[in-house]
Design a protein around this ligand. Structure first.
Ligand code: ZN
Ligand code: ZN
Ligand code: ZN
Length: 146
């Protein structure tokens, strides 16, 4: 094991690998999903909806049936009822404090789909994209390839 591996050892593998082999830095967050002993997971995960969902699936067994309701076990979440698998990533993103920004006018909103809607309806923001605004607990893994 190299020293670099030791530094990023509790980052989820797919995210750590991306930071090592691509030129992009990775932004990670500490997972606070509770295990069966009510201990927070503690692994660092990427902040995209895809990252969140794949981590919850792999490490916490969430969402193997798309029709079951899911209890959010994140920290002391009070909305621990009737979540569907499709709304879990967006819900967890709110725990991480991740917001979305219009690259055209810089407007920041909590929901990605709200920004997409804004771009569609704003002539001044044609061609703008949705940028992720990291939450307060974000940590940066600097790429080894810059
Ligand atoms: Zn976790
Ligand atoms: Zn929650
Ligand atoms: Zn805009």
């Amino acid at each position: 094991m190299s020293p670099r591996d030791a530094i990023i050892i509790d980052v989820e593998t797919s995210t750590a690998v991306k930071a090592r082999y691509s030129a992009a830095d990775a932004i990670v967050y500490r997972c606070a999903w509770n295990n069966e002993h009510s201990q927070a997971c503690g692994i660092f995960i990427g902040g995209t909806h895809k990252n969140i969902l794949s981590h919850l699936r792999r490490c916490h067994g969430v969402g193997f049936s798309t029709r079951e309701d899911i209890n959010c076990l994140w920290g002391s979440c009070l909305r621990a009822e009737h979540l569907k698998i499709g709304s879990i990533p967006r819900h967890v993103a709110t725990h991480l404090g991740i917001r979305s920004k219009c690259s055209g006018c810089g407007r920041v909103m909590s929901r990605e789909d709200a920004v997409q809607d804004h771009i569609k309806k704003s002539p001044g923001c044609v061609g703008a994209i949705v940028e992720m605004v990291p939450g307060p607990e974000a940590r940066l893994i600097v790429s080894a390839h810059r």
